[in-house]
Ligand binder design. Sequence first.
Ligand code: DGT
Ligand code: CA
Ligand code: CA
Length: 602
Amino acid sequence: MTAMKKAYSVDQQDIAAIFEEIGTLLELKGENPFRTRAYVNAARALEGLQGDLRQLADEGRLTEIKGIGADLAAKITELLATGRLKFHETLVASLPPGLMDLLRIPGFGPKKAKVVYERLGVDSLEKLEAACRNGSVAQLDGFGEKSQHNILAGLALVRQFSSRHHIHTTRAAAQPLLAALRARAGVLRCEVAGSLRRQCETIGDVDFLVSARPEDAPGIMADFVASPGVLSIGAQGATKASVVLEGGLQADLRVVSDAQYAFALNYFTGSKAHNIALRARALKLKQLSLNEYGFSPAAEKEKSAKELGSRIPCRTEEELYAALDLAYIPPELREDQGEIEAAAAGRLPRLIEPGDLRGTFHCHSTWSDGRMSIAALANAAQGLGFAYLGVADHSRSSRQAHGLDPERVRQQAAEVRALNARFARQGFRIFFGAEVDILADGALDYDEPTLALFDYVVAAVHGGFTLSADAMTRRICQALAHPRVTMLAHPTGRLLLEREPYAIQMPAVIAAAARHHKIIELNAHPYRLDMDWRLWKHAKELGVRCAINPDAHSLADLQYLAYGVGIARKGWLTSADVINCLPLQEVEQALERLRPPAHPAG
Ligand code: DGT
Ligand code: CA
Ligand code: CA
């Protein structure tokens, strides 16, 4: 992935990403490892930097950052001033563009990429596949049959995933295009449709819909395909255009008349399965056929809505659903999962909204692998209007994430107590928790006296992903039976578009959570969105409550909560199903009820 280069708006994370990429590129070129390390170390230092980078630069104090010498300081200054770095651009241009793609294969690093490039001339995923298929990769020193086989399996994964995109990057790419369309003269109404409007966990392409007078359509098209960030134009007609954006995301635009807008919005929002079910209802109930232009008489010889206009005119989707005797169905529910039946019966849930959240759990601080202090996290949570924030740093077995040993847990508890003494006056509370590893045998990573220190415990699997489904299910169900466990983190361990879920029987896990009154997390990180939306309706029916958690490692990550709310809406959840919609006092009582009393000391 090429690091972002937005002029003037680069921040320290963007610069860290560019340094990281430079490290990789230098390694690909076989540069001196010390030089490579210097960039990687600088990237780490920038990621963890607490102060304001721009201010440090203005004061000429960049070299005070650990690992930043005069040379790197000059590069940071160049990036801050221009949003670009000549050295980086020259380096990128000096290597075949497809070489970086090889690194998307799991377990395939710069060292291996360098070997296949130099020995076999492989500089693209296609060439790598061909070289594996004809056996030449297995012949290379340090590779062999097994590693050739693994590369082919990895290639299949990359291919499967590369046609879809994460929701946060898609939103970031779509937002300026949507704003530009809405601001353009002649655009009457404009919305994003498709999977993005339905808040799906990953996105194939973005579908924009505009209504305008016919004479305005060509100009709107022309502006759209000339938007900043457009890499190539796939198609451009009178009412349809399709472009590919930087990063490989496709964006489609349709322009329709304002009279067609509600029908087109409904059609292009989908899902296809929902459209088909809705069309069946129109035929059965009204003997009308429904498509993106409107309601037409079902009899074949009559003129269609495209030529005559809709038999029942609808200005909005609300009117369209009402014409079919249905309550308005929010886009998130349009997956043909019983929403039409529920809308007909007046049984649609009143879905949770972002403003319903009163706090959140599962945030990481600098005590483990987070970038922010607990106080900074708490302040940010207050800034979002929250009444509480749960810290949950890693337990000791998560070494790579600087998991805390019991002694550090006690020190952290003291810090939280001191902070709460201050925050209590503002009606705000930090809940002291931990993200405790579930060990391979299902035991927790801390002993009882340590566990008793926490207000709540998030139990999580961070290793041993290769267990059988039976063993993994037993392992997690055992943790759910533990009296100290409050909630289960990211239940399937999936990393969207990167790593499949581990083998696990989720129905059994959900049943165990219900039996032991445990909360299941909806991890709002755009790589996780785990537990999957398809499972929440069932979990809710069994009485399992949800916690929407950002798994935040930085302040910006708190914004992930919005994606979590989107997925919760897809899962039919209301504010009553989500524990962090409770006001402070009630959430305190709820956690207290779930928490066994501590044993007397000694
Ligand atoms: P994506 O892009 O794969 O994440 O998913 P969508 O849902 O955005 O799918 P897309 O972009 O292919 O099409 C947008 C919507 O257009 C889709 O949700 C429903 C509608 N649509 C597309 N093709 C058909 C079709 O053959 N029949 C019906 N009924 N609707 C369709
Ligand atoms: Ca789409
Ligand atoms: Ca599309």
